[in-house]
Design a protein around this ligand. Structure first.
Ligand SMILES: [Zn+2]
Length: 327
């Protein structure tokens, strides 16, 4: 009975995807984005359910839904949809149907705290959607490696959608670094991967890549630039006095202490210097809707000492390129 009810409910909330006419690149439309993702990656048609959690829209056609219902797994997916709505965030959910088959649900919700652009808007919605799509395209990767693959795909798609010169492109790597520092959670340390993509895209265009090449290159970048467990452990130790602290002046002072002490080639230097460069810049940086700027004599001194350390890195080092003051 429950199964039947769920099935009726699922059918009722389905809508057929349709392509809106003359859609601006800057407007995010879930149906259009899902349709494009399936067109770009036909394997998603067979195993992925696309759900807009905010508006409770479940996209068809998705033959996989019958199998999910038959396996009594609708509850799992509906629970994740509820969580997405509560936390205002997106998920890529896998449900095992039998030993050989896994179904996926891409559950989208606009993020409460933007990750792919400083402000809430289309660029961030695309980023969230592409991140979850990236998970679908690298289903064999998990934990930090999985998040790196997902962010790598989101970054490549961002550069393809908004151009290699996108001002928002550098935001994701910065925010991932700061969120790690403040939480100590290493699963989403993707800064090394996404920064490398942003820097490489300054000299080699990614716009002409096919969808298949884009997915493959995202996986390659993640494989090369995801820190292993030992490096993540070291990072947690380096940031131990910052973890669980609010993003206030005392915390940034502690991050500056890490940067000024750390070896210039270490991960701890990379992340701490990367975090500090944005609030030390003339324009400052937006974090969860609040502007952060570090200015005054104390911070001028920190900036100068950091610049001296950065001089030791080769010119094309990602950290050097991304911390270079705007001309
Ligand atoms: Zn993820």
């Amino acid at each position: 009975m429950i199964r039947l009810l769920k099935k009726q409910r699922a059918e009722k909330t389905h809508v057929k995807p349709q392509l809106p006419q003359g859609t601006s690149k800057l407007r995010f439309d879930f149906t259009e984005a899902a349709r494009k993702a399936v067109k770009d990656h036909p394997e998603l048609r067979r195993n992925t359910l696309f759900i807009d959690a905010k508006n409770d829209v479940w996209l068809e056609p998705s033959p996989i839904i019958e199998k999910i219902i038959d396996n009594d797994e609708m509850d799992t997916i509906e629970d994740v949809v509820k969580t997405a709505r509560r936390l205002k965030t997106s998920f890529a959910q896998a449900v095992e149907l039998d030993r050989k088959k896994t179904a996926h649900a891409l559950i989208f919700h606009p993020d409460q705290h933007p990750l792919y652009a400083p402000q809430k808007g289309a660029a961030d919605d695309f980023g969230s959607f592409d991140h979850e799509t990236g998970h679908m395209l690298a289903p064999d990767t998990h934990d930090t490696a999985g998040e790196n693959a997902a962010d790598a795909y989101a970054m490549l798609r961002h550069l393809q959608r908004f151009g290699d010169a996108s001002a928002d492109a550098e935001y994701c790597g910065w925010k991932r670094a700061l969120v790690f520092a403040l939480t100590g959670t290493t699963s989403h340390v993707t800064t090394f991967t996404v920064d490398r993509i942003v820097v490489d895209a300054k000299t080699a265009s990614v716009t002409s890549l096919t969808p298949k090449q884009t997915a493959a290159i995202a996986r390659d970048y993640a494989k090369l630039h995801t820190p292993d467990a030992a490096r993540l452990k070291e990072l947690r130790i380096a940031f131990r006095y910052v973890i669980k602290k609010p993003p206030n002046a005392a915390t940034f002072r502690e991050i500056a202490r890490i940067a000024l002490r750390a070896d210039v080639n270490s991960d701890a230097f990379y992340l701490s210097a990367r975090i500090l460069a944005a609030p030390l810049s003339k324009t400052g940086v937006i974090y969860n809707g609040n502007k952060i700027t570090l200015s005054g004599h104390e911070w001028d001194e920190v900036r100068q000492r950091l610049e001296k350390k950065l001089e030791k890195l080769p010119p094309q080092h990602a950290l050097k390129v991304l911390t270079r003051p705007a001309a």
